[in-house]
Structure formats: structure tokens, C-alpha cells
Design a protein around this ligand. Structure first.
Ligand code: HEM
Length: 380
């Protein structure tokens, strides 16, 4: 072999993600300059993410073949849904949040293994791997969406003025983004390629679906206080931090009481369900799903859904039972314990992020503030 000829092992490249990424990065000359260019473009890109998300969904809803997938979860299906998804509907609103999170991740530090693992997982999930509910999106639609994302990014960066970012810098940004996008493209395509079929199955693929736990939830009938309708929750960028997205805005915490029997609510994804000390339930739901949840509860006229639920404030019943001061202290203690536990829960990143932000929000406020009336309050 010539001395400057490097060996690249086909089996290794096709079966090991780090080897595949290393090969692609070397081939594309992805290096320090790109990492710096990506770091300097992060702020600019962050500001245009919402408009890119809007563009992608407007396109996907333009044709029946892609619009239908948001109902059927399969681009091979030819069946028309009873109701087509719309841009303003809750399904697409929810999907928009997820795509925004994805783009936030794409726009984060590419020097970590976790970064590329996430991009690979996104590819895997569109062929029903790494999630519980089946999902199949043919490669053509994934590649086309990625192309649209790349175009929008290029357009936005080049439309910046010289005084904002110099031309060489803009060029470096666009080149670096292009390389990342092409690696993502490979990580989408590889799950559809025949060549890779034998090599693609990693230990993770073979692992059984995540376990549902032992305790019974009266709300959904699912086992344990944790209810996941899908494995979406592990696809949230775990290192995106509060600056990147606002979990407290995207999700809402509600309290549900006086529920009689079991209510299987299939119309909404419940990110989390916690049993509170008084027998009521603390639900974590996407904000866009709140009205669907209210509707779903119509069948239970006695059920009370507290839309203004504040986990740091005791209920009036608790105040009567324990007295105001004790009720406030207990409420705070219970919420802190619950949030600490959920913050460090493995696997469900959305839930972790929400409760992390809830704790951070609370730590910014005074622990116990005295109101004008001198009353000690569980502050938020
Ligand atoms: C660049 C291309 C794409 C990217 C990066 C992408 C990204 C994602 C991500 C990150 C999720 C998981 C979110 C979560 O549930 O945690 C997801 C789910 C999903 N995507 Fe994509 N997607 C792409 C293209 C498409 C296309 C073209 C379609 C349909 C035509 C589609 C349909 C779906 C559906 C139906 C789900 C699952 C929804 C659910 O479980 O409720 N995606 N996608």
C-alpha cells in the first residue's frame, strides 16, 4: 500500500457510529475552523429557527403524501385521514416544538459524541427504530426537508449585512453548516440503505422497548405514575439549557382532582403524571394540548382540572386542614422533593428539563416571602 494511502475499514465505518462520523468528518474536512464558525453563528441561527420551522411545516402540509404522515405515521400509506392536519392545529403545533428542539440541537456543540448520536437517533426513529409507536417516513421526504432547512439557513446567513458579520465569516458559517447537514443527511439515509442493513443493528436497537413500571395509575390505567405515550421524550436535546428553549412555556402543569375511575385519554400526550399527597394528580402536558385535554375530560363532569395550578402554592383545602403556614411549608417541601426527583430522572428529557426550569425559577424567588398581610407564602 502506498505510504500516503490510509486504510478505511468498510465494516467498521458501517457498523460503528464514531468510525462513520470520523470518516465523514475527515472526508469533508470538518475541523476546528468549522467548529469556530458554528460557534460564532449560533446566535444568528437561533434567531431564525422559528421561521425555518414554519417553512418546513408549510411545505410538508402542501402535499397529501407528507401531510398524511402526521396522522398515519407512515408515508407508504395511501389512506386519507378523516381530518387533515392544519398549520394551526395542535398536532402540527406540537411537531413544531419538536422540530425547533431538533434545530436547537443541530445548532449546538458538535464536538461531543452525544451530538452525533442524537442526529443518528433522529434517522433511526423515522424508520420505527428507537421508539415505541411505529413511524415510517421514506428517505425522499427526509432529504427534501433537510434541503429546505439548509437553504433557509444559507439564505438567512447570506442576507446578513457586512457590518453584522463579515463576508468571510458568513462563508465559513455556511460551509460549516453544510458539512453538518451532509453528515446528518448520511445519518438519515443510512437507515434506508440496503448496503447497511446488516451493519445497522446496534445493541440499542436490540434492546427491548422501555419498561413501564409497576404501580397503577388511575388516570390512564398505565402502570406507574409515569405515563409516556411514546418514546419522544428521549429525543429532546439534553444539553440545550434554559437559554435554548423555554420548557415552562412549551409545557403546562395542571392539577386534576375528583377523577372517578380510569380515564384513558388518547388524544393528548401526557409528558408526566404525578400523584399528589391529597390524591389529586399533577399532569405535565404540552401547552398546545391543554384544550384537547379539557375536551377529553368532558365525559367526566365531576373531574376538576385546575388550569391555574401553581405547584408552589397549597390548595385552599390543605390550608384549612394544616393551617396556612404549615400548608405552605409542606407544599414547598413536597414540590421541591418531587422536582428534584424528576429533574434527575433518567431517559425522559422533556420532564427533566421542565422540572429543572421550575426549580431554577423558584430559586430565583425568595424561599418564603412575607406578603403585605404578613402571611408566609410558598413563593414561586
Ligand atoms: C430533516 C428532516 C426531519 C427531521 C430533522 C425530523 C425530526 C424529527 C424529530 C426530532 C422527531 C422526534 C420528535 C419527538 O417526537 O421527540 C420527529 C418525529 C416525527 N417526524 Fe420528523 N423530521 C424530519 C422529517 C420528517 C418528515 C418529512 C415527516 C413527514 C412527512 C416527519 C414526520 C414525523 C412524525 C410523524 C414524527 C412523530 C410524531 C409523533 O410521534 O407524534 N418528519 N421528527
Amino acid at each position: 500500500m502506498a505510504s500516503d494511502l490510509k486504510h478505511a475499514d468498510r465494516h467498521e465505518i458501517l457498523s460503528s457510529l464514531p468510525a462513520r462520523i470520523a470518516y465523514l468528518q475527515e472526508f469533508l474536512d470538518f475541523g476546528r475552523e468549522d467548529i469556530e464558525a458554528l460557534a460564532s453563528s449560533r446566535k444568528v441561527i437561533k434567531s431564525i429557527l422559528p421561521s425555518i420551522v414554519d417553512k418546513v411545516y408549510a411545505k410538508l402540509l402542501k402535499h397529501d403524501i407528507t401531510a398524511r404522515v402526521f396522522v398515519t405515521r407512515d408515508s407508504r400509506s395511501t389512506e386519507d385521514p378523516e381530518e387533515w392536519p392544519t398549520l394551526g392545529g395542535s398536532t402540527i403545533q406540537r411537531r413544531k416544538i419538536f422540530l425547533r428542539w431538533y434545530l436547537t440541537k443541530l445548532n449546538s456543540d458538535p464536538t461531543t459524541t452525544e451530538y452525533w448520536e442524537y442526529l443518528d437517533k433522529v434517522g433511526a426513529m423515522h424508520v420505527s427504530k428507537a421508539r415505541r409507536l411505529p413511524l415510517h417516513v421514506d428517505y425522499i421526504f427526509l432529504g427534501a426537508s433537510l434541503g429546505l432547512i439548509q437553504n433557509s439557513l444559507t439564505e438567512s446567513i447570506f442576507s446578513l449585512q457586512d457590518r453584522e458579520v463579515s463576508f468571510p465569516q458568513r462563508l465559513a458559517m455556511v460551509k460549516a453548516i453544510g458539512k453538518v447537514i451532509w453528515i446528518q443527511n448520511d445519518l438519515l439515509a443510512k437507515w434506508h440503505l440496503r448496503d447497511d442493513q446488516q451493519e445497522n443493528s446496534t445493541d440499542e436497537d436490540k434492546a427491548p422497548a422501555p419498561d413501564l413500571h409497576a404501580k397503577m395509575c388511575p388516570f390512564t390505567g398505565a402502570s406507574d405514575t409515569v405515563v409516556e405515550t411514546d418514546s419522544n421524550y428521549d429525543l429532546l436535546p439534553v444539553d440545550s439549557g434554559t437559554e435554548s428553549y423555554d420548557a415552562l412555556k412549551d409545557y403546562k402543569l395542571l392539577r386534576l382532582s375528583q377523577l372517578e375511575g380510569r380515564t384513558p385519554i388518547e388524544v393528548v400526550e401526557l409528558a408526566n403524571v404525578e400523584h399528589l399527597h391529597d390524591g389529586s394528580l399533577e399532569l405535565l402536558v404540552l401547552s398546545s394540548d391543554v384544550s384537547a385535554l379539557r375536551k377529553a375530560l368532558d365525559a367526566q363532569p365531576n373531574a376538576m382540572l385546575d388550569l391555574n395550578y401553581d405547584p408552589w402554592r397549597p390548595t385552599p383545602e390543605a390550608e384549612v386542614y394544616f393551617g396556612q403556614t404549615t400548608a405552605s411549608k409542606l407544599c414547598r417541601e413536597w414540590t421541591l422533593t418531587r422536582a428534584q426527583r424528576l429533574k434527575s430522572q433518567p431517559s425522559r428529557a422533556h420532564v427533566r428539563e421542565y422540572y429543572t426550569q421550575l426549580l431554577e425559577q423558584n430559586s430565583g424567588a425568595q424561599s418564603y416571602s412575607s406578603g403585605d398581610d404578613g402571611e408566609e407564602r410558598c413563593s414561586n
